[in-house]
Design a protein around this ligand. Structure first.
Ligand SMILES: [Cu+2]
Length: 237
């Protein structure tokens, strides 16, 4: 009896520890300490940010830099967005950076080649990292200053756990949080597995008669034969 009670208690503890910390940000450091209870509150997970008083402002290279997270969910989607709005107010104009991606597998995940338009160089901004998880949208914020060039090295916090994979995703709940969302073609491909965004990008352009349909060439050939037969018959008349 005692052992089963013990294991039940252990299981409950395990569940509790898994429920805690939907996701945390490993890099760049967040503006305020992590609050599990507040993480579902936009825009930063339970607080109003203030760039002016942020104690840590991390340089972020527009030519490619890292965003590292650690998730307890077995699957979720990621959106990274930036604004110069000092308090990330509800009217803030958010710009998406990188592509919306699915992380499959729990644990550490890092994209090391996130790029930002050159026009942002010199600006201090809020980087908001939004996770679309089975338990809803979750938010964290970091303060960054955009600098030119590519990050000279990858921060030690930028790791991806064994078994974690990523691929391009479409997530309307996340796209609705940015003004330039919805499959911008300038988004870089995530550094993980080749993404499924290739078919999506080709869907915009209507493909004329070159559809890879096995029946089409045969039908065309039959048409040519028919026309030739008809032509010969016409000449004979
Ligand atoms: Cu969660």
């Amino acid at each position: 009896m005692a052992p089963s009670l013990l294991s039940a208690a252990a299981a409950a503890l395990l569940l509790a520890s898994q429920a805690a910390a939907h996701f945390t940000v490993q890099y760049p450091p967040t503006i305020q300490p992590f609050s599990d209870d507040g993480e579902d509150q936009a825009p930063c997970g339970g607080y109003t940010p203030d760039l002016a008083s942020a104690s840590t402002v991390t340089e972020f290279h527009v030519g490619g830099d890292s965003i590292a997270t650690k998730s307890s969910h077995s699957q979720q989607n990621w959106l990274y967005r930036i604004t110069t709005d000092n308090s990330a107010s509800s009217s803030a104009n958010w710009t998406q950076i990188g592509a919306i991606t699915t992380q499959s597998g729990a644990g550490a995940y890092c994209q090391s080649k996130i790029t930002v338009p050159d026009a942002w160089v010199g600006k201090t901004a809020i980087l908001s990292i939004v996770g679309s998880a089975p338990d809803g949208l979750l938010y964290q914020c970091s303060a960054v200053k955009f600098v030119a060039g590519t990050a000279p090295s990858t921060p030690s916090q930028c790791t991806t756990a064994n078994g974690v994979e990523s691929f391009g995703a479409s997530d309307p709940a996340l796209s609705a949080l940015v003004s330039n969302g919805g499959g911008s073609s300038s988004s870089p491909t995530p550094s993980g597995t080749p993404s499924s965004s290739t078919p999506a990008s080709s869907s915009g352009t209507p493909r004329p008669s070159t559809t890879p349909n096995a029946a089409a060439p045969a039908a065309a050939a039959a048409g040519v034969v028919g026309a030739v037969v008809f032509g010969v018959a016409a000449m004979l008349v």
